[in-house]
Ligand binder design. Sequence first.
Ligand SMILES: NC(=O)c1ccc[n+]([C@@H]2O[C@H](COP(=O)([O-])OP(=O)(O)OC[C@H]3O[C@@H](n4cnc5c(N)ncnc54)[C@H](OP(=O)(O)O)[C@@H]3O)[C@@H](O)[C@H]2O)c1
Length: 286
Amino acid sequence: MQNKTVLITGANDGIGKATAERLARKGAHLVLACRDETNAQRTADWLVKTTGNEKIDTLPLDLADLRSVRSASELFLADYPRLDVLINNAGVYCESLERTRDGYELQFGVNHLGHFLLTLNLLPAMQCASLCSRVINVASAMHANGGIDFGNLRGERGAKAYDGSAAYAQSKLANVLFTKELNRRHGTELTTNCLHPGVVGTSLANKKGKLLTKTIWSLYKPFARSPRRGADTSVYLASSPEVQEVSGRYFNPSQCLIKPSPTACNAQLARRLWEYSEEAVGEFLL
Ligand SMILES: NC(=O)c1ccc[n+]([C@@H]2O[C@H](COP(=O)([O-])OP(=O)(O)OC[C@H]3O[C@@H](n4cnc5c(N)ncnc54)[C@H](OP(=O)(O)O)[C@@H]3O)[C@@H](O)[C@H]2O)c1
């Protein structure tokens, strides 16, 4: 990964941090795109210290705020000539209805919409890369439980009707549909793949889960995959020559290419989601 620039969202914790560490050890120039600048800097300092790689930068990015996504994109494009690998890793799991600054249901807004805008804005830096750039979307096997409820993407049905787990599944389905549609539209210019990292012992469910979920998760966490192992497929997709020309596919935690759910393979739905997303982020596109 020498001479490769890699941007990782949510690189200050969990799978993103573990991915950053492993790619730093491979010599990549990393850009840690995180919402909390202090955490980002702390992670960057830790990475420099533990890996000896000094090419670690930070970029302020709040995916729950499309204005922030736009400024992060502008800052990146001004500072870096190209982007070799974009890892859309950040994510939130939330059991009560919350909305982004722009009024979208939080999980849809952060897990899908923010990444959708970031990717589209960074396309010029990826299309000009000398070798084919890679977009990697960290999805989840939970996508198979999801559908896209176009009438509720702003939480229109209200807090009482809110099902956090279904909303998470919806956002992860959106990650797979986005992968398919980005590949359909830009597959000759870059590769796009997505993955399920496994059930990984991070703090994802502890941050905005309800008490019962937090308790169950805390008990289960020691038996889950380590974040380091959870990073296996992201690292593989970012760095392996084996997947240099593979695109539009979904990978499991063992780096095997598998078929996502039938809904995730619905090309018409993928197109509709793209069109919805494009309109939603319209004024923030560069
Ligand atoms: N853990 C699992 O079992 C599992 C399974 C399947 C898929 N995944 C997926 O794996 C990815 C990483 O999750 P994880 O398990 O590593 O969770 P995590 O440890 O909670 O890490 C999530 C990262 O996303 C960041 N993030 C959250 N909201 C953000 C926002 N508005 N703007 C920018 N960054 C934001 C977090 O920042 P803060 O530290 O500031 O909160 C954190 O750095 C997610 O996409 C998740 O859906 C995880």
